[in-house]
Design a protein. Structure first.
Length: 622
């Protein structure tokens, strides 16, 4: 029986290409506290036992969910994916997750690269908060440690990164360097055993896996190795692509008609798949490129990163506003005696408290979002199957049309039909987080196949069921139709209410982080104490409340769900998913791009600009 390659140890590269010279080591993490209580009840510090964390039921093998693909690993992978949503305030930063161009920063909670995280070099110092058993092993079991460049005695002096208790004086670690060579495995094991590393880093993996890579200048850098498997990457990608934008697809198909609408959906799916692959190729030119903003800086410098930060901010703001509108419209359809505005204020009190929850909790809650979205698609389809008479039936479809009724309708359809393909902002991070990044293209294929079936399916089903009477949210048609049982109305409303609760806090976090950075209250616990810490906490709370209140205010000023989605699709999806990826590829891969690819990229940019202008103009005019 063939062995699943995902379950195999990571293999250090051994081909002749310097770019692919990737070598791995694994540092097991001690999850015991610094102070343990002995059998006599004393609180004196004891030698750590180096036991792994307590096994969760999610880590137990369940069918195909075993090993690195256990449900627990899926949960931690989703948490890392959610942590990748970030807006860079400093446009002059060359790499999102590095200090001084070589020292990676990471989040101790997720063990994932993070912009405002902790320096990896500092974390590996003996007196710091990462703990290791008295051994470090090369994950490439087929090679000896002597052949591993992490332990190459011919390298530069190792210093005392692993050989001293204090972080001061001659024995202190040099924070400008990471894992250095010139130490034998025996010496390293002896040092680790003598120093008794202890740690409190939280996370769900049993090891911190590091790898050495070479950047485009040939400089060796030590970074966190990717942890997500191909199935986890597919799941995270689908979670990004399948969102509330699909609720407006039937309306987009109504505006465009069958011929133009299905053609546009197919073109957008194919084009965004190709540009996602272009982003992947750009990442391969320099393994220190890990985020969309990194690509922007590599292509256009500080202006590129600043533009991307502005686009991400508008995108997240628009998503938050559309979620508030969805919440209010769904409840108003069920309780028409209460105004939509009242429900929007109710949304403020519902979505604000979760913002203060930690990312680990929000990631688990976010599962309700994708489950509710898929559940809504299934419920609407079943309603069409079991209802035998129009409207709302698949067996007795409403009147439809093949072509757009007018030019403005066609322009409106552009943004609505393109809004569901916008996952490119986090695709680079998802690839960087993979155990086997070479599988990313296959993951994209699977992701787009599932997304295309879902999006095109709901567009066709909704247009057949309600025809020209379809509303901006397909769920609104279901809620307003008395032919369906009352429990269907309650189920749809519940699902539509859960989606904003699950997704809005995650959309708000990056914008809140920007305000925290501007007011210098980011990581307040490590910066302040006493009254200044309390003041910083108050500012953080105000920022969180303010952003959610801003969502509500904008939702009241611009109450139409379809116009918000059309603007996001025409204004941002074209820019983030089509125009910029082609521009990055032309700039970053200028030495390898073929004339045919260059023509295709320029054509895509030209057509995208025209369609984007038409879509934005129609959304504003209407």
């Amino acid at each position: 029986m063939p062995t699943d390659p995902e379950q195999q140890p990571l293999q250090s590269a051994r081909d002749g290409n310097p770019r692919s010279q990737v070598h791995y080591i694994s540092i097991p993490i001690d999850r015991n506290p610094d102070f343990q209580t002995d059998n006599n009840g004393s609180n004196e510090p004891v030698e750590p036992s180096f036991n792994t964390r307590r096994q969760s039921i999610l880590d137990q093998p369940i069918g195909s969910f075993r090993g690195v693909n256990s449900l627990g690993r899926f949960a931690t992978s989703l948490r890392r994916a959610n942590s990748f949503r970030h807006i860079d305030v400093d446009s002059g930063v060359e790499r999102s997750f590095f200090k001084d161009s070589h020292d990676e920063t990471f989040d101790p909670d997720t063990l994932a690269p993070a912009t405002n995280g902790r320096r990896l070099s500092v974390a590996l110092r003996p007196s710091q908060n990462i703990s290791m058993r008295p051994s470090i092993t090369n994950l490439d079991a087929s090679r000896s440690n002597i052949d591993n460049p992490f332990f190459d005695d011919s390298s530069v002096d190792y210093g005392s990164t692993f050989s001293g208790r204090s972080g001061h004086g001659p024995g202190a670690a040099d924070t400008s360097s990471l894992l250095r060579g010139s130490i034998s495995m025996a010496e390293l094991a002896e040092n680790l055993g003598r120093d008794g590393y202890r740690g409190v880093i939280a996370g769900d993996a049993d090891s911190l896996v590091l790898k050495q890579i070479e950047n485009k200048d040939g400089k060796v850098v030590t970074v966190l190795a990717g942890q997500s498997t191909a199935p986890q990457t597919v799941f995270n990608s689908i979670n990004v692509l399948i969102g509330i934008g699909l609720l407006a697809l039937p309306l987009g198909l109504k505006y465009a008609g069958w011929v133009v609408g299905l053609l546009l959906l197919s073109i957008f799916a194919s084009a965004t798949f190709c540009t996602a692959e272009l982003l992947s190729r750009c990442l391969d030119t320099d393994l220190t490129l890990m985020s969309y903003a990194d690509l922007g800086y590599a292509a256009f410098g500080t202006k590129g990163r600043a533009l991307i930060s502005a686009l991400f901010t508008i995108d997240l703001l628009g998503c938050g506003v559309s979620l508030v509108i969805l919440f209010a419209d769904s409840l108003n359809a069920l309780f028409p005696s209460i105004s939509v505005t009242s429900f929007k204020f109710l949304a403020f009190f519902v979505i604000t408290p979760p913002v203060f929850l930690p990312l680990s909790v929000l990631s688990n809650i976010s599962l309700l979002g994708i489950l509710s979205t898929i559940g809504t698609v299934l419920v609407i389809t079943l309603c069409g199957v079991f209802n035998k008479t129009a409207p709302g039936s698949l067996f007795d479809p409403m009147e439809t049309h093949l072509w757009p009724k007018d030019f403005q309708s066609f322009c409106l359809s552009i943004g609505l039909l393109s809004a569901s393909w916008g996952g490119h902002a986090v695709f680079p991070n998802l690839k960087s987080d993979m155990r086997h990044p070479a599988k990313f293209k296959d993951c994209l294929k699977t992701t787009y196949e599932i997304t295309a079936v879902t999006d095109i399916g709901i567009a066709v089903v909704g247009f057949l069921m309600f025809g020209d009477t379809v509303k901006d949210e397909i769920t609104k048609n279901v809620l307003l139709l008395d032919a369906y049982p009352s429990y269907i109305h309650g189920l749809i409303s519940t699902l539509m209410t859960l989606i904003p609760i699950a997704k809005t806090p995650l959309n708000a976090r990056p914008i809140i982080s920007v305000l925290d950075t501007i007011f210098n209250v980011q990581n307040a616990e490590s910066k302040y104490e006493g009254n200044r810490l309390r003041l910083a906490k108050m500012v953080q709370s105000f920022n969180a409340v303010f952003i959610n209140f801003l969502f509500v205010v904008v939702a009241i000023i611009f109450p139409q769900f379809d116009k918000i989605i059309a603007f996001l699709g025409a204004g941002l999806c074209f820019m983030i998913c089509l125009i910029l990826p082609c521009s990055f590829y032309i700039k970053i891969c200028k030495d390898t791009i073929t004339p045919r690819e260059k023509i295709a990229c320029y054509t895509t940019i030209f057509v995208s600009v025209i369609l984007s202008v038409l879509g934005i103009g129609a959304a504003i005019i209407s």
